[in-house]
Design a protein around this ligand. Structure first.
Ligand code: NDP
Length: 419
């Protein structure tokens, strides 16, 4: 029996909340708290007739630690699930510490204003020392380790699909199939078609920042950075077919490199269609992906935020998207002195997801693991004081929950590897 506060009421939150409501034996009470309370109320109205979970709603600005702390103290949940934006990670962690509750999220910290000189100084030092230039990294959240340890609280970072399930797949492969994992290729394939020439499957600002940044991978103890979209491979995905995929920087590479002993190389690939890439390149070339404010007719606007207002709302893609996703990891390594290869993946159908919870598969594959991560923490299955990523816990109960709650996985012991 758990009481959970969920912050944010966008695409991912909708699925996480619907799944908590299906799992009402565990989540007896939830509060949906977000910036726009009317969205929380509308979702609560939709779910109340079909769940035993008691749902309340609240308006909150999660950038404001005091306001959020007061709300958490008033509701007194067992944990807070952050499915707002990565911009709010640190303020929500602060509020959880002040209120004495556990913290869970799906994406690591990224600043909203990348021109902030204080942040920029730390960022530039990190780029030089570590060798990757993504705006997001774990250092900001790992800096809270001691505070969470002292408070006896758990912070579980990155329980979406990638990061999240992909790291649990890694822990599971290491526990049951390998003595040593040497390479990990994380493959994220979206074979869905929404019929628009250009749209993003989750928050456009976060998505476009990620995809237009240089790619990087981990090899022999260091980061190797390459220009955006410069490493391309083809792969024949089960349930989807042949797709082009491109190497991207991704946050779980950073934690897996620390937590998987002996790993020599970790790469992340995502599939993109030609139309998406051409549109993105054009938008980038004309400055529409910039996060730096400009003056337009006497008013300050941020180009990427203006673009977000023009693009289809990711939530509106649900009823239009057909096809499947296939996300998973290919491992190579050693078992009993012999070389071994293994692929663990999940296939998810956009239309089935829409039928079940009114969202497409990208939100579904993130929202289900967000609920499972929250359950692991609130039920005491994954609790230890400090700040952790998901591969640092026993993967078995989480893997079981994936099968039960809509993301069944497949183990292929003879996969084709990526060159
Ligand atoms: P959306 O933009 O759809 O939703 C974000 C929600 O957060 C909105 O309801 C928004 O409110 C709310 N919000 C934003 N700022 C604040 C604030 N200051 N205070 C309170 N609420 C706020 O995003 P998504 O659902 O697509 O993504 C949610 C999270 O999931 C992101 O962190 C994203 O990076 C992560 N993600 C993780 C993935 C993974 O596999 N690990 C994959 C996909 C996403 P409003 O309604 O007013 O705009």
């Amino acid at each position: 029996m758990s009481k959970l506060m969920i912050i944010g009421c966008g695409g991912v939150a909708r699925v996480a909340i619907a799944k908590c409501c299906q799992n009402s034996e565990v989540f007896t009470e939830i509060m949906i708290a977000s910036r726009t309370v009317s969205k929380c109320e509308a979702l609560a109205e939709e779910l109340r007739p079909i769940t035993k979970t008691v749902i309340t709603t609240a308006q909150v600005n999660a950038d404001n630690v005091e306001e959020l702390t007061a709300l958490i103290k008033g509701y007194a949940p067992d944990a807070v699930l952050n499915v707002a934006l990565p911009y709010q990670d640190l303020t929500i962690m602060e509020a959880c510490l002040a209120a004495g509750v556990h913290y869970i999220d799906t994406a690591n910290y990224e600043p909203e204003n990348t021109d902030d000189p204080q942040w920029r100084a730390v960022y530039e030092k990190r780029c030089e020392e570590l060798g990757f230039s993504a705006y997001f990294d774990y250092s900001w959240q790992w800096a809270y380790r001691e505070k969470f340890e002292k408070a006896g609280l758990t912070a579980l970072c990155g329980t979406g699909f990638d990061p999240g399930v992909t790291s649990v797949f890694t822990a599971y492969a290491l526990k049951h199939y390998f003595d040593e994992i040497h390479t990990i290729d994380i493959l994220d394939c979206n074979g869905g078609d929404h019929g628009y020439p250009f749209a993003t499957n989750f928050n456009p600002e976060i998505n476009l920042r990620e995809v237009s940044a240089p790619g990087s991978y981990w090899e022999n103890g260091k980061w190797i950075e390459v220009p955006a979209m410069s490493i391309k491979r083809e792969y024949d995905f089960a349930g989807v077919g042949m797709k082009d995929m491109y190497l991207l920087h991704h946050e779980e590479i950073e934690s897996l490199a620390k937590n998987i002993p002996g790993v020599k190389r970790i790469r992340f690939f995502m599939t993109f269609g030609q139309s998406y890439l051409t549109h993105m390149k054009c938008l980038e070339n004309i400055g529409m992906l910039s996060t730096t404010p400009i003056m337009y007719e006497g008013r300050e606007i941020v180009p990427i935020q203006f673009l977000k207002a023009l693009l289809p709302d990711p939530a509106s893609l649900g009823p239009r998207t057909k096809g499947k996703t296939n996300i998973g990891c290919i491992f190579t390594g050693i078992k009993d002195g012999k070389e071994k290869t293994l692929y663990i993946y999940n296939i998810c159908d956009h239309e089935e997801c829409y039928k079940e919870v009114g969202s497409q598969a990208i939100s579904y594959t993130t929202g289900v693991p967000a609920m499972i991560g929250a359950m692991m923490v609130t039920e005491g299955i994954w609790q230890k004081p400090g700040v952790f990523t998901v591969e640092e816990f026993d993967p078995d109960p989480y893997m079981e929950a994936l099968n039960k709650w809509g993301l069944p996985w497949v183990v292929d012991e003879n996969p084709k590897v990526v060159e």
